[in-house]
Ligand binder design. Structure first.
Ligand code: T5A
Length: 207
């Protein structure tokens, strides 16, 4: 059995990850590729409970270490129960956010040490890394406005603009550090153009 491809979508708040994940799922379906669509934090019953804890803005103050460890606890479950079995079956996995989000939000946004994140990444993931990551990038205000237009903000969305500028900077740094894996698409263009760029990027895997 040929192992499936592991593709992640990344970017700040409201840049269009979910919208484009749905588009990509449909597009791959047209190419007869069996796809598992999932997200982080989340993707299993336990990991979705952890997601709820992380996004709940009425919870007690969550320490930075608790936040980081909860994210990796959810990820450990997700990898073992969903991602690895799917890839081993030959399915492709499309995941809305993965560890690049940890480098961006906890590393960039919360200013946590990159070496700590790397250590947890190696512990929890072993050799597992995405085959391809699409980074949707847009000026922070655009994504925030789109997220706000949707209504109630969660714990992360309630952060200050400076936090999101640091998140964006850290994402762009990840793309610089891993140019072979992370492909950047400008998300502040019309959706049809974003999706054309997405088809170009994914085309490499379909040949
Ligand atoms: N988190 C997560 C961490 O801190 N560390 C981690 O390691 C991980 C994995 C999860 C939160 O957890 C944090 C980060 C996050 O804050 P989430 O729900 O995954 O939350 O992330 P959000 O960014 O909040 O997801 P959103 O659903 O808000 O944003 P999306 O998915 O990027 O945006 P989407 O597709 O819902 O689009 C938003 C709106 O914009 C429109 C869409 O139609 C929609 O209305 N839109 C466009 N409009 C015009 N032009 C375009 N090109 C458009 N693209 C989309």
């Amino acid at each position: 059995m040929i192992r499936g491809k592991f593709i992640t979508l990344e970017g700040g708040e409201g840049v269009g990850k979910t919208t484009n994940l749905t588009f990509l799922t449909h597009y791959l379906g047209q190419h007869n590729i069996s796809v598992v669509v999932t997200r982080e934090p989340g993707g299993t019953a336990l990991a979705e409970k952890i997601r709820h804890l992380l996004l709940d803005k009425d919870s007690e103050v969550i320490s930075e270490h608790a936040e980081l460890l909860l994210i990796f606890a959810a990820r450990a479950q997700h990898i073992k129960l969903v991602i690895e079995p799917a890839l081993a079956r030959g399915d492709w996995v499309l995941c809305d956010r993965f560890t690049d989000a940890t480098y961006a939000y906890q590393g960039g946004g919360r200013n946590m040490r990159v070496s700590t994140i790397e250590w947890l990444e190696n512990l929890v993931q072993g050799n597992l890394r995405p085959d391809l990551t699409v980074l949707l990038d847009a000026p922070v205000e655009i994504g925030i406005d789109r997220a706000r237009a949707r209504g109630v903000l969660d714990r992360f969305e309630s952060e200050k603009i400076n936090f999101f500028e640091n998140v964006r900077r850290a994402y762009l740094l990840q793309a610089e550090l891993h140019p072979e894996r992370i492909k950047l698409i400008k998300a502040n263009q019309p959706l049809a153009d974003v999706q054309r760029a997405l088809v170009d990027v994914i085309g490499i895997f379909l040949r």
